[in-house]
Design a protein around this ligand. Structure first.
Ligand code: NI
Length: 384
C-alpha cells in the first residue's frame, strides 16, 4: 500500500469536497447540512453510518483481515466569523466561516476514507471514522464519547491544519501538547446612583476594573514562573450611561493550564481575588466556574506510531521537529486522550493569516500530505 499515491489519487475529490464544505459553514451542534453531506459521501462508499445526537457521525471500515479497531477523528464545525478572503468558494452563510480549517479536516478524512475503502482487503482490523461536531465550543468530543464513539477503539489519531507552518510539514510529540481550557463568569453587585453623587451608591464598575487588574497577579505572583498559565478576562460589561454609577458588572474569562493540580486550584484563587477585591470597594461578587477541556496528552506509544507515519509521508523527514512548543490553545481532542491511547498531529498549511482570522486560508496542496498521513497512520496502527 502506497499512502502517498493513494492520497494523490483522491486529491481532486478532497479539494472539491472542501470547497463545498467551506461554502456552507455551520456552528457547533448545528452541523446538520454538513452531517448529511458526510453521510451521503460515506454511503456512496458502501459504509454504514451511525449518527450522533444532535450532529456528527461515525462509520467503520472493516478490513479484509481480523484485527483490532483504531479511530481517525475529524472535527466538522465552523466559527462565528464573517469571511473576507474573497475566495471563489467563500462562505455563503452570513457571519459564519470555516476559519479554523475544520472543513479541511473533514474533507481530508473523507478522502482518506475513499482511499482506505479501496484497499480494505489489505487492512488487518477496522478503521473507525469519527466526524465530531462542536469542537470550537469544546463540547463535541464529550458528547460523542458518551454516545459510544470510542467503545472498542484501541488507539485514536487526529490532526489539525496549521496556518503559517510550512506547507506539508507535520509534527507531533509525546506528552502534554495543548492546555486545559476552563471558563468563569464573575458578577459584581454594587448600588447604582447619580454619577455626580457617587457617595450615595456603590460603584460596581470600579470594583470590576480592579478585579480584572488583580486577577493578573494570580499568574504573576501565585504560580511558579516556569509553569505555563493564562487568565484572560475577555469580556467586561457594566453600566448603562456615562452619568450613572453602575450597580452591576459582569465579566467573563478563560483560564489555561497544563498542570492538573494547578487547574484545580485556579477557581479558588480567582474566587478569592474577586470576592475580596469586591469587598474592598464595598461590593459583593460571585463566581461561576466551568471546567471545559482537559489537557491534551499524547500517548507515547500512539505518538510513536504517528511519528512513524509522518516520516513516511512528509517530503523531508529531516524537517520533523523533535519537540513541540506547548500551546495554550485548547483542543477538544483532549477528551479522547483520557479514554484511549491517542496522538494528535499538526499539518502545515502555509498562508499568512492565523487561524480564526477572517482572512484565514490554506495551501490546498497540504491536503495530500494530510490524507497520506491518515491512511498511513491507520494502516500502521492496525499492524502495530
Ligand atoms: Ni480548530
Amino acid at each position: 500500500m502506497d499512502s502517498k499515491q493513494l492520497a494523490a489519487s483522491v486529491q481532486g475529490y478532497v479539494v472539491e469536497t472542501r470547497h463545498r464544505l467551506h461554502e456552507h459553514p455551520e456552528l457547533g451542534f448545528h452541523e446538520t447540512w454538513t452531517t448529511d453531506l458526510i453521510a451521503a459521501e460515506l454511503e456512496k462508499l458502501g459504509l454504514t453510518v451511525t449518527r450522533f445526537d444532535p450532529t456528527g457521525l461515525m462509520a467503520d471500515i472493516k478490513g479484509g483481515k481480523p484485527g483490532r479497531m483504531i479511530a481517525l477523528r475529524a472535527d466538522i464545525d465552523a466559527l462565528p466569523v464573517t469571511e473576507h478572503t474573497g475566495l471563489p468558494f467563500a462562505s455563503k452563510i452570513d457571519g459564519t466561516m470555516h476559519a479554523c480549517g475544520h472543513d479541511t479536516h473533514t474533507a481530508m478524512l473523507l478522502g482518506a476514507a475513499r482511499a482506505l475503502v479501496s484497499v480494505r482487503d489489505e487492512l488487518p482490523g477496522t478503521v473507525r471514522l469519527i466526524f465530531q461536531p462542536a469542537e470550537e465550543i469544546v463540547k463535541g468530543a464529550k458528547r460523542v464519547v458518551a454516545q459510544g464513539a470510542l467503545e472498542g477503539v484501541s488507539m485514536i489519531f487526529g490532526q489539525h491544519i496549521a496556518a503559517m507552518m510550512p506547507v506539508g510539514m507535520m509534527a507531533t510529540a509525546p506528552g502534554p501538547s495543548a492546555a486545559a481550557s476552563d471558563q468563569f463568569v464573575i458578577r459584581v453587585h454594587g448600588k447604582g446612583c447619580h454619577g455626580a453623587m457617587p457617595q450615595t451608591g456603590v460603584d460596581a464598575t470600579l470594583a470590576a476594573a480592579n478585579i480584572v487588574t488583580a486577577l493578573q497577579s494570580v499568574v504573576s505572583r501565585e504560580i511558579a514562573p516556569a509553569e505555563p498559565a493564562v487568565i484572560t478576562v475577555g469580556k467586561l460589561v457594566s453600566g448603562t450611561a456615562g452619568n450613572i454609577v453602575s450597580g452591576e458588572a459582569e465579566m467573563a474569562g478563560t483560564v489555561r493550564t497544563f498542570n492538573r493540580e494547578l487547574r484545580q486550584q485556579m477557581p479558588h484563587s480567582i474566587e478569592r481575588v474577586a470576592k475580596e477585591i469586591a469587598a474592598a470597594y464595598r461590593c459583593t461578587a460571585e463566581m461561576e466556574y466551568e471546567f471545559s477541556v482537559d489537557v491534551l496528552v499524547n500517548d507515547p506509544a500512539a505518538t510513536a506510531v504517528a511519528l512513524g507515519a509522518i516520516r513516511k509521508v512528509v517530503a523531508d523527514p529531516a524537517s520533523i521537529p523533535t519537540s513541540l512548543p506547548k500551546q495554550m490553545g485548547a483542543e477538544d481532542f483532549a477528551e479522547y486522550t483520557s479514554c484511549a491511547p491517542a496522538a494528535f498531529a499538526m499539518l502545515g498549511a502555509g498562508g499568512s493569516y492565523p487561524q480564526h482570522s477572517d482572512h484565514f486560508c490554506v495551501d490546498e496542496s497540504a491536503f495530500q500530505t494530510g490524507v497520506a498521513f491518515l491512511i498511513q497512520v491507520a494502516a500502521d496502527a492496525l499492524s502495530a
